[in-house]
Ligand binder design. Sequence first.
Ligand code: WQD
Length: 340
Amino acid sequence: MTKILVTGGTGYIGSHTVVELQQAGYQVVIIDNLSNSNIKVLDGIYNITGIRPEFVQGDVTDIVTLRHLFETHRDIKGIINFAASKAVGESVQKPILYYRNNLVSLLNLLELMPEYGVKGIVFSSSCTVYGEPDVNPIDETAPIKPATSPYGNTKQISEEIITDTIHSGAPIKSIILRYFNPVGAHPSGEIGELPLGVPNNLIPYLTQTAAGIRERLTVFGDDYNTPDGSCIRDFIDVVDLAKAHVVAMQRMLDNEDTDPVEIFNLGTGHGLSVLELIDSFQRATGVNVPYVIGPRREGDIEQIWAIPDKANKVLGWVADTPIDQTMQNAWRWQCRITGR
Ligand code: WQD
């Protein structure tokens, strides 16, 4: 069995990816410092797959811990790197934390990979690298815009670090995945997103409002230049997203002829407005979500959605979970964590 190291494997996207990797026959080792996740996630993974992944509690920014992990698991062949901080607003307040967490961890992994014969790394990047696109939808050749937050900057710099390292001749490969807006939860209700405190992102705020934890959702602006005035995003089901990591890993490890660095947009190819999303949640679950229109949120992009053709063709992968199903899964998960 091929062994894969998943950093940040108890987090939201990480945990869903561990499930898909195990179901595809990979052996998984997780390293996570539990700074934004819970050890109980391992139970959820076990309940779905019947396999408890090996777990190391540790920080990828600590090269001593990481070296020890590679010494213990000399047969790791690939890495999926989710261990990173991801709150845009917080990154503006704590830039050093963001640069340290997101960049030092990547540098450590890239440094140790050749030494321990690890062939490939799948990296979690973001559509945030495109900034506000000139036209939509966008493919991977769209220009990279100056980052508007330290978080976004860490993604741009990370992509450059990977590219420069591989161009220098390091005997490794990488697939960089630019996620659009991941939402939803595993259909089993066993794993999902566990936001700490007041959520910043739309779906956790929406499901918490539906559950009565928050009084109402605020839609940040309805005066954008879009059909209904609210922002447009490409909401991608987290299980679809997780599956893309498995095919990316297979491609990197099993295929000698692929380019050493490849970049893919991971989206559905469909833009949905914030108001349309609220509507689809209500339709899919029959649960009412009280909301008000508020002012625009600083730094928001008006509209962005993907051309996922490259991932569809090259990886043979499509994000095809209907949004209603995704909303039902998000709601099932919210009910589970609020004990409803
Ligand atoms: C979506 C839309 C909000 C909350 C961010 C990162 C991105 C990515 C995902 C990382 C926007 C609106 C939100 C609310 C609202 N990466 N909204 N009321 O900003 O598109 O992307 O998260 O982890 O890099 O930038 O996602 O979910 O915050 O917002 O109206 O209470 O929902 O204005 O239009 P965003 P989001």
